[in-house]
Design a protein around this ligand. Structure first.
Ligand code: HEM
Length: 140
């Protein structure tokens, strides 16, 4: 099949890894199904954070995939390219990890110190979308 879309090796491999990680999001979803059905005992706080962890994982992986295409269209190199390409993908790891880890344990009703991962991931997300967004706005 002929295609007009040419991808750099970095875009191809990052997108491939991101697509494969969706299976992990699905696995998290099956865990949530058990939680919702009462098969796993969780406090309302834990349900809320675990639901947010799953949701952020899915949504951020999709956003990171979209970013791979747009990075191909801008003239970035060095640190700028790295942040534009990987900022959202790093957030897709850190934010869900923060939601799940900070709610881990039995009977927890408030976040533990792993909550810092959520904020770190948020910073990575902001850096990624700002770098790519500004690059798109100032290119072409
Ligand atoms: C086998 C696959 C999956 C299963 C069984 C599953 C299961 C669930 C369950 C049970 C909830 C609700 C949790 C609750 O209300 O407490 C949920 C929420 C959610 N899921 Fe999944 N999920 C799956 C795959 C995915 C994927 C692939 C994505 C995104 C790419 C995704 C995105 C979301 C989002 C955004 C929410 C949040 C909805 C909300 O809180 O309003 N899920 N999922």
């Amino acid at each position: 099949v002929e295609t007009t879309l040419t991808l750099s090796d970095a875009a191809r491999s990052t997108a491939g890894v991101l697509l494969v990680t969706i299976v992990a999001v699905e696995y998290g979803g099956t865990y949530l199904l058990r939680v919702v059905r009462g098969g796993v005992e969780r406090t309302p706080f834990q349900r809320s954070f675990e639901r947010a962890g799953h949701a952020h994982a899915g949504v951020l992986v999709i956003l990171a995939l979209v970013c791979q295409l747009f990075v191909e269209a801008v003239d970035l190199d060095g640190l700028g390219e790295t942040v534009a390409r990987s900022g959202v993908a790093v957030a897709a790891i850190l934010m869900p990890a923060g939601f799940f880890l900070s709610a881990a344990g039995k009977g927890r009703t408030r976040a533990n110190r792993s909550v810092v991962l959520i904020w770190t991931g948020g910073a990575s997300l902001a850096a990624g979308v700002l770098t790519l967004g500004v690059a798109l706005l100032t290119s072409g």
